[in-house]
Design a protein around this ligand. Structure first.
Ligand SMILES: [Zn+2]
Ligand SMILES: [Zn+2]
Length: 142
């Protein structure tokens, strides 16, 4: 009778609090942080855009194209000093430009400031797109 293996004795199938509960919640936390940061950035973005649209007439500062509610989303806020965190409430750092002129403005500035890295790449013109996410966002809206 050597066949009595004591199965029941030590067999409390241990239900351990799995380690991945910890990682799951921290990933969750990170998700939250990222989402919050994104929301804050969007809020800030909309904040200064709305401000600028209140202060300035809806006209492109370069080509003088005028805007209405129908095409307002093509009117963008350019930062004169290119610092998107510099948003004085009086609008002194903002300029309203249509998408195309805004693109040109950045292109021009890139070239004017030496554009060292761009010289060999002039035909590629899509090297620097400050509105990549803006265009994506516009695409989402009706
Ligand atoms: Zn324009
Ligand atoms: Zn700009």
């Amino acid at each position: 009778m050597a066949n009595q293996t004591k199965v029941g004795a030590g067999g409390t199938a241990s239900v351990r609090p799995a380690a991945n509960i910890g990682t799951a919640s921290s990933a969750d936390k990170l998700d939250k942080i990222v989402a919050e940061a994104r929301r804050a950035a969007e809020k800030r973005d909309q904040g200064y855009r709305e401000q600028a649209l209140k202060i300035y007439p809806w006209v492109c500062g370069r080509c003088a194209r005028t805007f209405t509610n129908a095409n307002l989303r093509e009117l963008t806020v350019h930062h004169r000093d290119h610092n998107h965190d510099n948003n004085p409430p009086n609008g002194s750092n903002w300029e309203l430009l249509c998408l195309y002129c805004h693109d040109n403005e950045h292109q021009r500035l890139l070239e004017a400031s030496g554009g060292i890295a761009e010289i060999g790449n002039k035909n590629g013109s899509a090297t620097h797109s400050p509105f990549a996410d803006l265009k994506a966002r516009l695409g989402k809206k009706p």
